[in-house]
Write a protein that binds this ligand. Structure first.
Ligand SMILES: *Cc1c(COP(=O)(O)O)cnc(C)c1O
Length: 373
């Protein structure tokens, strides 16, 4: 078997052998070993957010988008109005979901390389008393920007509104503490900073908000209240559970704990990010974001100006050398992205930088510098 490539992408990502090995069995959905593991995983996910009895963890089959849509449809009442903070694709996606469901929505958009300001949120809330919910993205994976979630939470709470956070690409690596940040729901998935495999998302939801959400949902399969009720009832999933994904997540959480939880994981990713960014800058590449706005999750690089640099050739050559990178999807600039997350460390990041160096030499590209602004 040839060696798998190192995935420098924001999920699916490189997982450990122990995580993959955890899937080498078959389980029935009603087996006690599965039901117990599932219950334990839910408790552990709650603990990562430092959420106690005030919140519950509800997992849902599918990629992260499914749980985002389930939360919006279930937790936001039909007669409500949401303010979505947009600075990338995932804020836009939440807006489309709300529009699809027919829920009133307003947006506050900033360029992809700029975070929303708490003052602007405050002004928007002050001028619109109909807004009940504020929707924010913690790390906007589109650019890799870290949005100021604590400040947004503070103004949202001060104005007496409810906060919902898409923390998909940050959960487990960037602290999000339910005792310090007031939120009604946080959404994340197994296959990002927790280093599990794709197939399940989950939400940490305020118990009171979920209890009040019966009948809100626009969809049967995405009804998070129903999913929760059923699971609380007999410990089982409503529909076929992603058994292997849950066991892989349990194994991934053991490794997460052994690494020192959010702090340990965040530290490794920050070091990955530092090695990557420093190495790329030595070759002239420029990051889209200043370091002060960069989350240690995924880094966006501006396309080099050298006409010999052709992205597809660069991508294919890195793939041949064992590294999968990610195209950009920004509107502000031509870019590509390289991730810092997954079961990878300094050795993989240095090897990735070396592979980039080799590749641009092969292409005859002298510098990774972008066109002067
Ligand atoms: C990955 C991600 C999602 C979910 O994307 P899927 O492709 O459905 O897993 C949602 N929001 C953010 C910020 C993400 O990074």
């Amino acid at each position: 078997m040839s060696k798998d490539p190192t995935l420098l992408t924001p999920g699916p990502l490189t997982t450990s052998a122990a995580t993959k090995r955890a899937m080498l069995h078959d389980w029935g959905s009603r087996e006690s070993s599965f039901i117990e593991t599932n219950a334990r995983v839910r408790e552990r996910l709650l603990a990562i957010a430092n959420a106690g009895d005030s919140h519950v963890c509800v997992p849902l089959q599918g990629s992260g988008t499914f749980v985002v849509e389930a939360v919006l449809g279930t937790v936001i009442p039909r007669q409500s109005k949401s303010l979505v903070l947009i600075n990338g694709a995932y804020g836009k996606r939440m807006t489309r979901m709300l529009e699809t469901m027919g829920r009133a929505t307003v947006t506050l958009e900033t360029p992809e390389d700029r975070p929303p300001s708490a003052e602007a949120v405050d002004t928007a809330l002050a001028s619109d008393n109909d807004v009940t919910h504020v929707l924010a993205v913690h790390c906007e994976t589109t650019s890799g920007i870290l949005n100021p979630i604590e400040e947004i939470a503070d103004v949202t709470a001060k104005r007496g509104r409810v906060l919902i956070i898409d923390a998909m690409s940050a959960f487990g690596a960037i602290p999000l503490d339910a005792e310090r940040i007031s939120f009604d729901a946080v959404m994340a998935s197994a296959n990002k900073c927790l280093e599990g495999v794709p197939g399940v998302g989950f939400a940490i939801v305020r118990r009171r908000a979920l209890e009040a959400a019966e009948g809100n949902a626009h969809s049967l399969s995405l009804d998070l209240f129903d999913q929760w009720r059923a699971m609380e009832g007999n410990g089982q999933w409503r529909f076929t559970p992603p058994t292997h994904v849950i066991f892989a997540l349990a194994a991934a959480l053991d490794q997460f704990d052994a690494e020192g939880g959010v702090e340990g994981r965040g530290r490794r990713y920050a070091e990955n990010c530092r090695i990557l960014t420093a190495g790329m800058r030595r070759m002239g590449f420029c990051t889209l974001l200043p370091d002060s706005l960069q989350a240690p999750i995924i880094v966006t690089f501006l396309m080099p100006a050298d006409p010999r640099f052709r992205f597809q050739e660069f991508y294919d050559s890195l793939r041949d050398k064992g590294f999968v990178i990610y195209p950009g999807k920004l509107t502000v600039a031509e870019t590509f992205r390289m991730g810092c997350i997954g079961h990878i460390g300094p050795a993989e990041m240095r090897a990735a930088v070396d592979a980039v160096q080799e590749t641009i030499e092969e292409m005859g590209v002298e510098t990774g510098a972008p066109a002067a602004a």
